[in-house]
Design a protein. Structure first.
Length: 251
C-alpha cells in the first residue's frame, strides 16, 4: 500500500535513473494527454510531495498519484509493459513504466505546486515543520485521531498502515478524539520518525524487527496475539478505512 515513504523512495529511484538523461520515448496512455511527446527533452528532476510524485522535464511536469494500487517500475528495458501501463518513459536502455496510476496528468512546470498547495507539512520534505503539524493536528479536538492522521491537509504522507501503527505505539484507539492526546507533538514526531526510518526501503518496519512477518505491530494482524501483551488483535473493516488495534494496549 503506497504511503509517503513508498512515494519518496520511488521518486529517489526514478531520479537516479532518469535525471540528466534525454528521453528517447514518451508514450502517455491517458486520452487527455496522449498527444504529448517529450522525447528529445532532458529530465531535470524527480521528487515527491506527500503522496504525490513529480517528474520535471523542460517546461512541463508529469504529476502522478499512486492511490491504492499504482506503482512506478524502472530498470533496463526488460520492465514489462501491459494494459495497466499509463505512461512509458525511456532514456536509452532505461525504461520507466507507471502502472495503474490513480492520477496522471501533465502540468505547467511553473505552477505544478498548485495541486499540492492544500497539503500540510510533508513528513519527508524540506518543508517539514513539527510545530505547524502539531497545530494542524489539534485544530479540531473532537476529530478522531485516525481521521486526523489520514487527513493530508494536516500532515502529508501518512496512510492507513502508519495510521494504525501510530495509534498502537501511542497507546490510543483509532477512534479516540484528539483532545485525549496527552502530547500531540510526540505523535507528530513519531509519525516523522516512522516514515523517515523507512524512506529507503520497500518493506516498511515499525517494530524494529525486519524479519518476515515481524515488521508491524497491529496492521494486517487481526486475530493474532499482540506482540506486547498477547491479547487478540481486533479488526474493523466496516468503514472506508480498516482499523486494527489491541484492546489491552490501546485505550
Amino acid at each position: 500500500m503506497p504511503e509517503g515513504d513508498t512515494v519518496w523512495h520511488t521518486a529517489a529511484v526514478l531520479h537516479r535513473h532518469l535525471a540528466g538523461r534525454t528521453l528517447t520515448r514518451c508514450d502517455i496512455r491517458v486520452p487527455r494527454f496522449a498527444t504529448v511527446d517529450l522525447a528529445g527533452q532532458v529530465t531535470d528532476e524527480v521528487f515527491s510531495r506527500g503522496k504525490h510524485l513529480f517528474i520535471r522535464i523542460g517546461a512541463v511536469s508529469i504529476h502522478s498519484h499512486l492511490k491504492m494500487d499504482g506503482s512506478w517500475r524502472v530498470a533496463q528495458r526488460a520492465v514489462r509493459v501491459d494494459h495497466r501501463a499509463r505512461i512509458i518513459l525511456e532514456a536509452g536502455a532505461i525504461r520507466a513504466v507507471g502502472v495503474d496510476l490513480g492520477v496522471l496528468e501533465i502540468l505547467d512546470r511553473d505552477t505544478d505546486d498548485a495541486v499540492v498547495a492544500h497539503l500540510g507539512p510533508d513528513l519527508l520534505g524540506e518543508d517539514w515543520d513539527p510545530q505547524v503539524a502539531t497545530a494542524n493536528l489539534t485544530i479540531d479536538p473532537n476529530r478522531k485521531i485516525a481521521e486526523v492522521l489520514l487527513d493530508q491537509r494536516v500532515l502529508a504522507g501518512v496512510g492507513n498502515v502508519y495510521c494504525n501503527e501510530l495509534c498502537f505505539v501511542s497507546g490510543y484507539l483509532p477512534s479516540t478524539p484528539v483532545r485525549a492526546l496527552g502530547d500531540p507533538h510526540r505523535l507528530v514526531t513519531r509519525a516523522r520518525d516512522m516514515l523517515w526510518a523507512n524512506r529507503s526501503r520497500w518493506n516498511r518496519c515499525t517494530t524494529g524487527d525486519t524479519r518476515a512477518g515481524r515488521q508491524l505491530w497491529v496492521y494486517g494482524r487481526a486475530g493474532q496475539g499482540c506482540r506486547r501483551c498477547g491479547t487478540r488483535i481486533e479488526y474493523d473493516g466496516a468503514g472506508e478505512r480498516v482499523r486494527f488495534w489491541c484492546p489491552e494496549c490501546q485505550r
